[in-house]
Design a protein. Structure first.
Length: 179
């Protein structure tokens, strides 16, 4: 996993809870915490930090990861406004993930292993998003989607009827947007 993810996690944890909490999470996880944005690190280190946060908070790991996505996206929007500026709502932004955003991520962070999404418009106006990733961080995708909707001044409800963590070949996220 690219170090930028660890840097974002450190940023949101220290902003919300302070540097001491970040240091405590690293100690609890048994990791060094020396992450550079372009470096590559074992996925297990992120899972260990999330596990440590989950244990400290008494919260489900998916809830911790979803929170991380919600809190990290505004940092990404500030750092990479070119991904957000062309859009006025979350739906067209989401539709650029595979064709615009992730190719640029791979340029900025060589070797980045990003998830693959597929899209289908539901007859009721919802956006059905398929999510496939060996990391099974679908809750991170949910947090990012929630924060992207907030960025564009929209409300979102996400249903997750199929999940890789429960044996599905890919996750299905049904994104319902409200003005």
């Amino acid at each position: 996993m690219k170090g930028i993810i660890f840097n974002l996690l450190e940023g949101v944890v220290t902003r919300e809870h302070g540097e001491d909490v970040w240091d405590d999470l690293l100690a609890d996880a048994g990791v060094t915490g020396a992450y550079t944005s372009l470096g590559s690190y074992p996925d297990a280190e992120l899972y260990a930090i999330v596990g440590a946060a989950s244990a400290r908070l008494g919260a489900d790991a998916d809830d911790v990861v979803r929170w991380f996505g919600r809190e990290a996206l505004p940092l990404l929007a500030a750092e990479y406004p070119q991904f957000f500026a062309p859009h006025t709502s979350v739906r067209p932004f989401l539709l650029t993930l595979n064709d615009v955003i992730h190719p640029e991520v791979r340029k900025l962070y060589p070797g980045a292993d990003v998830p693959v999404f597929d899209f289908d418009a539901d007859p009721g106006g919802d956006l059905r998003m398929g999510y496939a990733s060996s990391r099974h961080l679908c809750s991170l995708a949910e947090g990012f989607i929630e924060a992207a909707a907030a960025h564009y001044g929209e409300r979102v409800v996400i249903a997750h009827p199929e999940c890789m963590k429960h044996g599905a070949p890919k996750c299905c996220l049904v994104v319902s947007l409200k003005a």
